[in-house]
Design a protein around this ligand. Structure first.
Ligand code: TEU
Length: 581
């Protein structure tokens, strides 16, 4: 009933996102297509009680920052009750907030306070697996004959007592863990503390729909569906082709995007989303650009999916984790363009992202080593905020964070980084080679505390931060960057306002220009008689281009005060606009 009421209210009215402009709501162009999204790594954003861990009251106290950026949707990494084996991606209780992060009252206050600023809260739903401490799993593992005995994926050992298959979990080691109670193994795509749910069981699917409904009723604006490509397992469980010396086969190749997965997701969408104004974005590693028409748009299961081709461009095979694959700019541009085209063909929408809490920092990831950090950050920001789709800014990206390069593996906290380091050593790589991989790919880089000011611990906490604050915080922090008109943060704010003022940057079609160009990423955005052309030099050398694409156009914004048509200074980003007639 309440869903229908919301639908009626929306049908009648206007909706404002966190942007400066307000548009009449129409179903083909809902609020979340016009806004800017921001990912908060809750543990690292702001600590309100001095325990060294970020929390919900901390977020409430820093909503001004999000409002300044024009953010209208805030994705919170999981803050439900969890033993924190994987920083909250191992959920014990979907209906309560972890005491480390606050209480349900705090969460309700955050939803309400954010709403006052036209900001909607987006919850992270981790539904491929739960924690092994979840009540559901405790019951399931208690024996083979109870109400939840079939809620997880249990299999008998092979005749020799070994694991049912040779599958290797994404975080390394066998994907199976033996359970004494049941005398069986359970499957886990990630850590053994993260047992996979059995989506084949309709009771499981109903329980997950109930969780999502509960949060819709709390007033959230959307969901990010974690690791969603792994929920459907093959009909038969057979050994995969070994891709490691120990005879294991990575589980991703065996289970990602398995036939039949879309049936589960169509059901989920119909039950949870229809009749509401929320959006759903799936984390879809394993969905390729060519698969997008089935996943998003008119016949899709999500409003957007995070597709990984552009962020994995330099990722070597899993077993060569510490090496980096060389890539070219045309190859990188093709990843975006293919996803844009496949998405647009179906009336779908694209979540533009260069970073998230699992990925390296984009300045370290995508720019030449000699790139100036602020200029480079501005070039990438121009891409993020003017491409077609909803931009997702990762906390700290707007300040110009770079990867951490701590020397001792013990300084890192992320379990997947530590595991990969160990595997690299076991595979015969030297310590130096393994550390090179850590510096390049460690998930800790995306998770260091938010730098609010130049005071001790960057104003993140009065206690001891759970992960060290990055050493450069005195120079790169919200307070100092707000005060500097040339800062990266002020460039983000300028781009956000530009989006709000030029509708073609939000709704316009995307067309890539100069595809074979090795220095420049360029594209046009066209809508309602206006055409914006975005030109970004991602190299540290000057670059020339054929300026007929900007003939008669006016310059809207550039990182270069002396910008001229036909030429881009190193790392320059420029946005032009032509108005018809
Ligand atoms: O990540 C799942 C996942 O697919 C990623 O690890 C992906 O393979 C990687 O980013 C590609 O480089 C999600 C969460 O984002 C991650 O933090 C959790 O650890 C994981 O699920 C388990 O819940």
């Amino acid at each position: 009933m309440w869903k229908k009421l919301i639908a009626l209210m929306l049908g009648a009215g206007m909706v404002c996102s966190g942007m400066t402009a307000c548009y009449a709501e129409d179903t083909s162009f809902p609020w979340w297509k016009k806004t800017i999204a921001y990912e908060i790594y809750v543990r690292s954003f702001k600590d309100s009680d001095g325990d060294g861990t970020g929390d919900i009251r901390g977020i409430i106290s820093e909503l001004d920052h999000l409002e300044n950026l024009g953010v209208g949707a805030v994705w919170l990494t999981p803050c439900y009750v969890s033993p924190q084996a994987d920083n909250g991606y191992d959920i014990e209780d979907y209906y309560n907030i972890d005491p480390d992060y606050g209480s349900m009252e705090d969460m309700e206050e955050l939803i309400a306070e954010a709403k006052k600023r036209d900001i909607r809260i987006v919850m992270d739903l981790v539904f491929n697996h739960t924690s092994d401490q979840c009540e559901w799993f405790r019951e399931s593992s208690a024996g083979r004959d109870n109400d939840k005995s079939d809620w997880y994926i249990w299999r008998d050992p092979k005749p020799d007592g070994s694991a049912p298959t040779n599958w290797r979990s994404i975080f390394g080691g066998s994907a199976w863990t033996y359970d004494e109670n049941r005398g069986q193994y359970y499957l886990h795509t990630f850590l053994s503390e993260q047992p996979d749910l059995n989506w084949e069981n309709p009771e499981v699917r109903r329980a997950l729909i109930d969780v999502a409904d509960y949060w819709v009723e709390k007033g959230v604006g959307g969901f990010r569906l974690d690791a969603i490509t792994y929920i459907k397992k093959p009909d038969t469980f057979d050994d995969g082709e070994a891709d490691a010396e120990d005879g294991t086969a990575g589980i991703h190749a065996v289970t990602a995007n398995t036939d039949g997965i879309l049936d589960f997701l169509h059901e989920f969408k119909a039950e949870v989303q229809d009749g509401t104004d929320i959006f759903m974005v799936g984390e879809a590693n394993g969905v390729l650009p060519e698969d997008l028409p089935e996943w998003v748009g008119e016949n899709g299961v999500f409003d957007m999916v995070f597709e990984f081709s552009h962020v994995l461009i330099d990722a070597p095979s899993e077993m060569d984790w510490c090496k980096t694959r060389a890539w070219t700019l045309p190859e990188w541009k093709a990843c975006f363009t293919e996803s844009q085209e496949k998405t647009a063909d179906t009336g779908g929408w694209y979540p533009v992202f260069l970073e998230n809490h699992d990925q390296p920092r984009s300045i370290s990831h995508f720019l030449p080593k000699d790139a100036d950090r602020v200029a480079g950050g501005k070039a990438l920001a121009a891409l993020l905020l003017t491409m077609r789709g909803t931009p997702f800014i990762m906390e700290g990206e707007e300040l110009g964070y770079v990867n951490v390069s701590w020397d001792d593996i013990d300084d890192y906290q992320d379990i997947s980084t530590k595991n990969h380091y160990d595997f690299a050593l076991a595979a015969g790589h030297s310590r130096e080679e393994a550390m090179e991989g850590v510096h390049r790919f460690a998930r800790d880089s995306a998770r260091t505390p938010m730098q609010w000011d130049g005071s001790e611990n960057a104003g993140f906490t009065t206690g001891t931060p759970w992960l060290p604050v990055y050493e450069d915080y005195k120079q790169y922090n919200v307070e100092s960057e707000m005060a500097d008109p040339d800062s990266l943060l002020n460039w983000y704010i300028a781009l956000s306002r530009l989006r709000g003022a030029h509708e073609e940057l939000v709704s316009g079609d995307y067309e890539e220009l100069f595809h074979d160009e090795e220095q420049i990423f360029a594209f046009s955005r066209e809508y309602g008689g206006k055409r914006a052309v975005v030109l970004i030099n991602l190299s540290t050398e000057e670059a020339a281009y054929d300026d007929s694409c900007v003939e008669g156009a006016g310059l809207l914004l550039s990182t270069n005060r002396n910008s001229v048509k036909g030429k881009l200074a190193p790392l320059e980003a420029a946005v032009y606009e032509t108005v018809q007639g």
